[in-house]
Ligand binder design. Structure first.
Ligand SMILES: *[C@@H]1O[C@H](CO)[C@@H](O)[C@H](O)[C@H]1NC(C)=O
Ligand SMILES: *[C@@H]1O[C@H](CO)[C@@H](O)[C@H](O)[C@H]1NC(C)=O
Ligand SMILES: *[C@@H]1O[C@H](CO)[C@@H](O)[C@H](O)[C@H]1NC(C)=O
Ligand SMILES: *[C@@H]1O[C@H](CO)[C@@H](O)[C@H](O)[C@H]1NC(C)=O
Ligand SMILES: *[C@@H]1O[C@H](CO)[C@@H](O)[C@H](O)[C@H]1NC(C)=O
Ligand SMILES: *[C@@H]1O[C@H](CO)[C@@H](O)[C@H](O)[C@H]1NC(C)=O
Ligand SMILES: *[C@@H]1O[C@H](CO)[C@@H](O)[C@H](O)[C@H]1NC(C)=O
Length: 713
């Protein structure tokens, strides 16, 4: 297999990324020598992940020892049928010195609602399963050992929290980071309670542009606060941008006066520019500078925030598609869900890295982080690998006229944007997916409200939604955002039409209803099992052969339409959808290009690898179709980066060498198999790359298939 698990040296395992306190430590070590002012960080971070944790259902006296990150319904949530949707209690003893500091519990995410209880005292609750949140625990904490209980609830009856529905399992648990931020009093710090964001937005104000940049313009918004009171008002902020050789490319300082009584946070801005920047150029060169903001008080650096900084321009044209840095740059890639076999949402940084290594092999350009806020580490890896990201809130399907639910959507959107602002990969904020138009639903006003909020939080990126095909583009719903993409399952779900080749004509029809609206495709695909195979694949049979064929047919239509600004396959990997009963496993949506445990790349994976890559490789399809009952078959291979392909069956060359095809699909018809085992291989003419399979042919009219060789292997 092509499992070159090369970890880029620039990547650091930072599960707590997004928490400025962790970055503080990194920044301090790296830059200590560069700074004139001494450092006395006012805040420190202590992870609670490695404490001894137990979890049990609320009200039950049974609990189990678990390690975080964790989903309490990882197994029942992936096997079909009912799964746990009920409040659970995570508990641990935590040791916090009562040292006069302010102690803040910092949680990377808890699905869907969480209440934190310290020594029996509730210190706060959060509603929303995917965003970071923090509570001040100072008053509840005793010196030494404290009991911490977290009630995590993913009940169906939480009707005021998104998502209300969706074709995926709503896992519950504490599935990201968790820790304590301890802050010295009477000292200015970056505000810890700005929706648990870094409280720093480094905004490139000329990012939306069709041009290549000569001069990058930035404005940094900063929110400062303090606990207790300040001796002096004056605080100095210093922002410094350096390149990979530690050369300064921008440097600014600013003095601000804070309220000495620490009653309200202080907001301020630092503009700066970068001349002739080296650009964050997607897959070609995802270059990033280092940005560091220091808070200096009485000549001491008391807080810092560090981030990678990418400079780029982007532009959407409804006829020419997407532009990155002044040139057309097709956005082609996959959708990603965060769950993983036997883990639910409780994945480690290793799992996230694995996803990216496989996506890197695909050489895609675009990533939709569906259908909710993903970990900060996910966006960080997207920055690093140069994938343009569509980030999204879990506003799916249903949209009842419910004020509490709308308010929750608004909060989740503000959290997503503030917490993820500084990622150069993110270009699109998605405010909804497939919102229905039933009588009881009011998607238009909600989407308009969310668009307004997104622009308020971030005027320098685009808003988007994914729609189901019920809407034409001149409808108020698609007109409420900057750009639209359709979820279209032609050739899979019957209501889209039986054949994938209707995808293109249907998209033309929609495009014509509003030619000035940028129109893309956010989802398309078919389910498949690596165990199901057929010589004559048909819709819904879940064979790898049908999935590959559907993607070949669909992609041919999409690539022919330059104006389609976004094309993402549904889905990168198989994922849990507990209500589903299809394919080889109940509770599984098997539309992945790779399996749920990421161990097997399906044939369709290699189709896209062949399309998106120019490096030499070849892949023989149907390699797992071990037992054939047809004597004369068609053999198919996907390939890229080679000149000719030669097919051998049992050592004999089958035809003249076949030249590499532009559509990357190479088919040899009328290949005759011998009775018993057949060794089939495709080589390049210089034999530098090859792909081999072994198929066993039995004439089922004459012979019984040995039971040791079942089709389902
Ligand atoms: C736990 O609950 C069960 C049944 O509700 C009960 O029989 C048992 O005594 C309880 N155990 C403890 C230690 O409370
Ligand atoms: C919601 O459901 C949970 C069980 O999942 C139950 O404990 C709780 O009481 C319910 N709340 C309401 C308000 O019905
Ligand atoms: C930065 O943002 C602030 C607040 O919106 C604004 O007053 C200021 O003019 C901006 N500066 C630049 C250079 O854009
Ligand atoms: C992550 O991978 C590293 C290196 O392969 C390994 O040492 C570590 O145990 C893994 N951690 C987890 C949580 O799987
Ligand atoms: C679509 O596929 C069907 C069935 O193979 C075929 O009859 C039809 O001509 C195709 N249409 C186009 C536009 O390719
Ligand atoms: C689009 O849909 C709206 C209402 O759903 C309708 O009023 C309008 O006529 C449609 N436009 C086109 C071009 O079909
Ligand atoms: C990967 O994709 C980028 C962007 O389309 C392209 O420039 C690059 O050549 C591709 N890399 C390989 C190895 O094909």
């Amino acid at each position: 297999m092509h499992l070159m698990a090369i970890l880029p040296s620039k990547i650091v395992d930072m599960r707590h990324a997004g928490s400025n306190t962790v970055l503080l430590v990194v920044a301090l070590t790296a830059f200590l020598s560069l700074l004139r002012s001494p450092h006395e960080p006012a805040s420190k971070y202590t992870s609670l992940l490695d404490n001894i944790w137990r979890v049990g259902k609320l009200g039950s006296n049974v609990s189990a020892r678990v390690s975080l990150p964790h989903s309490f319904n990882a197994i029942d949530g992936q096997r079909g049928g009912p799964y746990a949707r009920a409040p659970h209690v995570y508990s641990a003893e935590i040791h916090v010195p009562r040292d006069g500091r302010v102690h803040i519990l910092d949680c990377g995410a808890a699905s869907m609602a969480a209440e934190f209880i310290v020594n029996g005292v509730s210190i706060g609750s959060h509603r929303g399963g995917f965003s970071r949140f923090r509570f001040d625990a100072t008053n509840a904490i005793r010196d030494g050992t404290n009991s911490l209980q977290v009630i995590v609830d993913n009940s169906v009856n939480l009707t005021d929290i998104l998502p209300r529905s969706g074709d995926f399992t709503v896992f519950g648990g504490l599935f990201r980071d968790l820790g304590v931020i301890s802050i010295r009093r009477n000292t200015p710090v970056l505000h810890p309670f700005d929706l648990a964001s870094p409280a720093v937005k480094i905004m490139q104000t000329n990012a939306i542009s069709r041009e290549l940049l000569e001069l990058a313009q930035f404005n940094t918004s900063i929110l400062l606060s303090c606990f207790g009171k300040l001796e002096v008002q004056k605080v100095t902020l210093q922002i410094q941008i350096t390149d990979h050789k530690s050369h300064k490319v921008a440097y600014k300082t600013l003095s601000v006066n804070m309220n000495t009584d620490c009653a309200t946070p202080t907001k301020t801005w630092i503009p700066f520019t970068i001349q002739k920047p080296r650009l964050w150029d997607g897959r070609v060169d995802p270059y990033m500078y280092f940005a560091r903001l220091s808070v200096i008080y009485q000549n001491i650096v008391v807080d810092t925030y560090s981030a990678r900084l990418g400079v780029r321009t982007y532009f959407l044209d409804s006829e020419q598609g997407f532009y990155l840095n002044g040139r057309e740059y097709p956005l082609d890639g996959v959708n990603l869900h965060q769950d993983w076999q036997d883990k639910g949402w409780g994945i480690s940084a290793n799992h996230t890295r694995r996803n990216f290594e496989i996506m890197d092999e695909l050489n895609m350009t675009a990533l939709r982080c569906a259908h909710y806020q993903h970990s900060d580490y996910t966006y960080r890896l997207a920055d690093h690998y140069g994938f343009v990201v569509w980030a999204e809130i879990p506003n799916l399907d249903l949209s009842p006229r419910d004020h509490a639910l709308h308010a929750n959507a608004a909060t989740q959107l503000r959290e997503l944007i503030r917490q993820s602002y500084n990622h150069p990969a993110i270009v699109f904020w998605s405010v909804a997916n497939e919102l229905g138009g039933d009588v009881d639903n009011d998607p238009v006003s909600l989407v308009q409200e969310l668009h307004t909020i997104a622009k308020e939080e971030d005027p320098y990126r685009y808003t988007v939604i994914a729609i189901s095909p019920r809407k034409n583009l001149s409808d108020p719903l698609p007109q409420s955002v900057d750009a639209v993409a359709i979820n279209a399952y032609h050739g899979w779900y019957t209501w889209f039409g039986p054949h994938p080749n209707n995808t293109g004509p249907d998209m033309d029809r929609y495009h014509a209803t509003s030619p000035q609206t940028p129109f893309g495709i956010a989802e398309f695909g078919a389910g498949s099992s690596i165990h199901f195979h057929s010589e004559n694949p048909v819709r819904m049979d879940h064979t790898e052969e049908y999935q590959s064929w559907l993607h070949e047919q669909t992609w041919a239509q999409l690539r022919a339409r330059r104006w389609i600004w976004w094309k993402t396959v549904w889905n990168f990997a198989d994922f849990a959808s507990d209500k589903k009963a299809e394919g080889d496993t109940g509770g599984r949506n098997d539309k992945g290009l790779v399996t749920y445990d990421r161990s097997v790349r399906k044939d369709a994976f290699y189709y896209y690898k062949a399309i998106w890559n120019s490096e030499p490789f070849v892949h023989l399809c149907s390699g797992r179709f071990f037992v054939r009952e047809t004597k004369v078959i068609a053999v198919k291979a996907y390939a890229a980066g080679v000149r000719f392909l030669v097919l051998y069956v049992n050592g004999a060359q089958v035809a003249e060498p076949m030249a590499l095809r532009e559509d990357r699909i190479h088919v040899w018809d009328g290949v005759v198999l011998a009775e018993g085992q057949n060794y089939v291989e495709v080589l390049t003419n210089d034999e530098a790359v090859f792909s081999r399979v072994t198929w066993t042919y039995y004439d089922s009219n004459r012979l019984e298939i040995p039971s040791s060789l079942s089709l389902q292997n």
